[in-house]
Design a protein around this ligand. Structure first.
Ligand SMILES: [Zn+2]
Length: 87
């Protein structure tokens, strides 16, 4: 696996992603898309994990296995939604 920023192959181990240590702090980053049509749920995917690059320090978030499976199944339906204003 390569770093998406510098191309290094020296990515660190998968760690838990969190914004802080206080109770209530978000423990993930959420990737959201506009609703594909009225009455359907807004597609969103939580990244609970991340790896850091040992060479440039970039932090790269990852979806967990269950979320990745759902994202992979729904990704085709997300085409064309990018760049639209979300609500
Ligand atoms: Zn890097």
């Amino acid at each position: 696996m390569r770093c998406g920023v510098c191309g290094s192959e020296r990515l660190g181990p998968l760690g838990e992603l969190t914004s802080g240590n206080r109770p209530g702090d978000q423990r993930y980053l959420r990737l959201r898309f506009p609703r594909p049509k009225l009455l359907s749920a807004r597609p969103q995917y939580d990244a609970y994990y991340a790896r850091a690059c040992r060479d440039c320090g970039a932090v790269i978030p990852f979806l967990g296995p269950a979320v990745l499976k759902r994202f992979a199944a729904e990704a085709e339906g997300l085409e064309g939604l990018e760049g639209e204003e979300g609500g």
